[in-house]
Ligand binder design. Structure first.
Ligand code: GCO
Ligand code: MG
Length: 411
């Protein structure tokens, strides 16, 4: 394989920094000076993926032609023998995204133009309203509606549980860095208490906001299939845009049970690593939205393939957009979102903190609840290595969840 316009990879750098959150950033530089950026952040396991990239991937990239994205993807997937897995796939994703960035810069085009161009004016997003009580949550949702957002994910603490999904007992949001705790914080969970309280949130939301606003909810894989089926039926009158991660689905077949019982649209996929993880779910039409993230499912090359496959079955993409995905991942997904004919909605939790904005810059804009992708060549993101050096890695864990009797549960 050759090609007349080779861009030879000269340097591969892995930078782990913590500008408010831990991020693993990959920088691939070519002999021409053109460089590309990729994100390889696996929340809570950052050093594993950084080591994998430094020790095992970087040496294989030096001297290769950066234009050969597909061959390099296959080389890192099939070639290593060990397929799939979050660490492997996040590493492949970082390389893939950095190479698309390079290709865009070399072509002097934004990446979405290389994918086939824009399919829409802007990218529709959903934002989060979270609170300790139904009223707090809806007050927050009201503020977001005031800012022009048209789709809101509602999460509220479960009465009777001291700290539960979405809101920690001591009010520290689970999205924040949990670095003041040596070990993962622990949350109690009771499906009974959750099922007894959840409907009120949506009853009150529809009373307050009427029927136009899109509402969403994330269950974080805490139910069994038949419980999720009951929840889906219970929430049907409130017309959710989707119910996310109702059941953990290593066994994709679980979704058949949920699907058979409810017309509430279903979404899953933020922890899936490959197209294989969602294959049955998509081709059996058990879900409506696939939420695979660029960083965790193998980059732009893989996400594009998942989107095209999903389109055959009326499944739309709704990429994961939590703050533990770096702005580089966010940019990569935005280019996919603006192109994909079967785009659904993008999760959005803000453009980062003061510190992260010092380290990462991007040309995305939010206008009236819609994300606009800029037209800089490549991904339109940049990374300031000097600024990043000011914020060294800071170990932090996601919380874990236990039933009230101490049994470890899904989170
Ligand atoms: C979401 C996710 C996040 C994850 C987090 C874990 O829908 O945004 O569920 O809340 O918990 O990204 O790393
Ligand atoms: Mg989620």
């Amino acid at each position: 394989m050759s090609g007349n316009r080779k861009l030879i990879i000269e340097d591969v750098k892995v930078i782990v920094s913590c500008p408010g959150r831990n991020f693993v950033t990959l920088k691939i530089t070519t002999e021409s000076g053109i460089y590309g950026l990729g994100d390889a952040t696996v929340n809570g396991r950052e050093q594993a993926v950084a080591t994998y990239l430094r020790e095992h991937v970087a040496p294989c990239l030096i001297g290769r032609n950066a234009h050969e994205i597909e061959d390099i993807w296959q080389y890192l997937y099939k070639g290593v023998y060990w397929r799939k897995g979050p660490i492997n796939m996040a590493s492949i994703a970082a390389v893939d995204v950095a190479l698309w960035d390079i290709k865009g810069k070399a072509a002097d085009l934004p990446v979405y133009e290389l994918l086939g161009g824009k399919s829409r004016r802007g990218v529709g997003v959903y934002v989060h309203a979270t609170g300790n009580t139904v009223e707090d949550t809806l007050d927050r949702a009201g503020e977001l509606v005031g800012q022009g957002y048209q789709a809101i994910r509602l999460q509220s603490s479960v009465p009777g549980l001291d700290g539960s999904y979405g809101v920690l007992g001591d009010k520290k949001d689970y999205f924040e860095l949990q670095n003041d705790r040596p070990l993962p914080p622990e949350h109690p969970w009771s499906t009974k208490k959750y099922m007894n309280s959840i409907e009120e949130l949506f009853v009150e939301a529809r009373k307050r906001f009427g029927n136009e606003l899109h509402l969403l909810h994330d269950v974080h894989s805490r139910l069994t299939p038949i419980e999720a089926a009951r929840l889906g039926k219970m929430l049907e009158p409130y017309d959710l845009l989707f119910l996310e991660d109702a059941v953990a689905a290593e066994n994709q077949e679980s979704y058949r049970i949920v699907r058979d019982h409810t017309t509430t649209p279903l979404a899953i996929g933020e922890i899936y690593n490959t197209i294989w993880d969602c294959k049955d779910m998509i081709q059996n039409q058990w879900i409506d939205y696939i939420r695979t993230a660029s960083t965790h499912a193998g980059g732009i090359t893989a996400l594009r393939r998942i989107a095209d496959f999903a389109a055959l079955y009326h499944v739309r993409i709704a990429p994961h957009g939590a703050p533990d995905l770096s702005p580089i991942c966010y940019a990569a997904q935005s280019h996919i979102d603006i192109w994909a004919p079967n785009f659904g909605i993008q999760e959005f939790v803000g453009f980062g903190t003061e510190k992260s904005n010092e380290v990462f810059s991007h040309d995305l804009k939010m206008v009236d609840g819609m994300l606009h992708v800029g037209d800089r060549p490549g991904l339109g993101v940049d990374f300031d290595e000097e600024a990043a050096a000011k914020y060294p890695y800071n170990r932090s864990y996601l919380p874990v969840s236990r039933l009230e009797d101490g049994t470890l549960w899904s989170w």
